[in-house]
Structure formats: structure tokens, C-alpha cells
Ligand binder design. Sequence first.
Ligand code: ZN
Ligand code: ZN
Length: 389
Amino acid sequence: MRALCWHDVNDLRVDDVPEPELVNPRDVVLRVTMTTACGSDLHFIDGYLPTMREGDVIGHEFMGEVAEVGRKVEGVEEGDRVVVPSFIGCGRCGYCQDDLWSLCDNTNPNAALQEPVLGDTTAGIYGYTHAFGGYAGSHAEYVRVPHADENCFHVPDELDDEQALFASDAWATGYMGADFCDIEEGDTVAVWGCGGVGLMAQQSAALMGAERVIGIDRFPERLRLAEREAGSETIDYTAVDSVVDALKAMTGGRGPDACIDAVGMEAHGTGPAHAYDRAKQQLKLHTDRGEALRQAIVACRKGGTLSILGVYGLMDKFPLGIVMNKGLTVRTAQQHGQRYVPDLLEYAAEGEMDPSYLATHELELEESPRGYELFKHKEDSCVRPVFVP
Ligand SMILES: [Zn+2]
Ligand SMILES: [Zn+2]
């Protein structure tokens, strides 16, 4: 089959690779019908995550049609149309039972690569380094889905692929970020970043009853999407002297009730093992990320909530003293998709939220390297390229 493979830093190619097979009785093999690039993919494409190997199939945000079913899978049948969260849950460990799916104890077989840095392991993820499990990714004609009865969610017939796809990751992540804010009537929520996750967080915050949502970015077309799709007010951070001052001015000097950091890269992965030097390097090259989080901490009202979806390695200069003195609540996680996907699909089916506008470029799998170029450089107003194998 054809699949998009990582060969080296900034070297992605569509290759012939063996088709996946059922390995465990709770697996299914999915024929991928649509898959999308995620900001977090850019970390290893740019060489900041060290446990990629030549030939690894990448991609972790996807949906498809069930092609083959393991003998112990219940509730999923050949031909079913399903969307699959990017983190793999087992459904049976204590963390999965507590709906903390990205912390699953059983789906990352490469614990030895993560534990030295994290002190523990996360769940496995498709197509995202060997430290995160070494699973083959979804930018392929077929992908193996383990623990299928816990990870496959049936897509209502009336939804297009573009309407369901982002429940796999961008939408679930953004929705979780808004959920962390415990939004109450009258609340103002500020969101740093108007990419896929940031837009989803803004729309979700509005859906949850936020009175005002403020989106912060520098790309005019993304700010327009935030205004049009989420009803957000917006700040172009290149057009103001101080984002913090702008937010204070917009909120009567008080600051937003909740601040969501969804800057740049999307929320997958802290640095895996032996990544300390690389993480430092990464931070130096991406100081703007730390800057957004610091702005959020300073801008947030006293007693407010800081919801962190952005990717961080080992961040220097984290102003913990401000967090403490202002009594902020910090909430963060990799996405617990399985907790949210059923609700998201229901919202989509009822027409309450439609994320399909994120899919700005639809390409065949053979064109996916070009899709990543468009995505990385935000060319042609690209928010998300989607690939159809
Ligand atoms: Zn992602
Ligand atoms: Zn589990």
C-alpha cells in the first residue's frame, strides 16, 4: 500500500509499505478515507523529536471504513464508518476508567524511552515517534487500530468526512481546552492561537456559554475565521503594543476569566527520552511559544483558569510566582479524545458545530508532502490540509 513516510528531517516521501495486519484479537484494520496533518507533526519533521526512524509512517488524525475485524472485537463490524482518537486507550486500566485516556497505562510499549524524562508513560499515539509507542500512522491506505471497541466511534450517516474527521484530534483537543475552563454565564475566554485547535477551542467555548471569546493570532485570514465561525472578537498581536494591555482594556481592567494557550503547534508530546538538549534548542527556536503562555498568565484575572493545550518541552522562565499569587488554576493534558468524541459527533449531527471549514486543502495521498509544505508555511491560507488515500 502507499503511505507517507518520514525519512529524515524535512524529508517526507510517499512510499510502498506492507499493509498492516491484525496483531491482537481486539484490533481492526481500517481503510483510511480521510486523514489530516497536525501541527505537532511538524516537531519531528523539523527534527526536534529524536525517536523517529527512517521509513516510519506518520499521521495521527483520521477516520475510515473498517476493513478487517479481530475475533474479540465487539460492536465494530466490517464496513462500519468510524473516527478514531489520536491517542490509543485500552479502556480497562485505571486511567481509561477515569476518562483520562491519553494517560492510558497499557498502550505505550516503549516505556523505557519516556520514563527517564516524564517519570511515567503516556498512552501510545499513531505515527508519532517510538517514544510514543512506535505505532504506524494514518497517512496511509490502511492503519491498524488496537483495542478497536474502545477507539472506534461510529460516524452518523448524515455527516461528511470533513465534518467528522477533526473529532479525532483538533476538535477534541480544543473542546477539552474549553471544558477545562468550567465556563459560566458571562465569562470571557481568551484563546492564544487561531489554528485548528485554537479555532475549535473558541467555538467550543462559545458553545459552552462564554459571553465573550477573544482570539489572538497574527494571520488576518485566521482572525477572520475566528470572527466568522466562532463569533470571536480578535486581537492581531502584531498590531498592538501589548496583548496583555489590549485584553485588560477589553475587559474593564480585570482580564479574561479563562485563558487557553493553543499556540502554534498542537498538543501532542513533551520531549521524549534524552531530549533535554533538543528541548532547550527547540525552546530557543520557538521562544514565542513561551511568550504566549507568559502573556496568558499575566493577562488572566485573579482566580482565573489557565488551560494549556500548546506543546512544551522543558520550559524555562515559567512565572510560577504569578500563577501562585494570582491564585490561577492550571489545567492541561494531551487530549482525552474518547471522553468527548460521542458528544462532538452529536453536535455535528445536530448542526450545532461544523468544523469542516478547517479543511482548506483536500489532496490525494500522493500529494501529501506538498500538503505538509503548504501547512508548515501557512501558504495559500492553509489551516489544515486533508489527505484522501
Ligand atoms: Zn494532533
Ligand atoms: Zn488504558
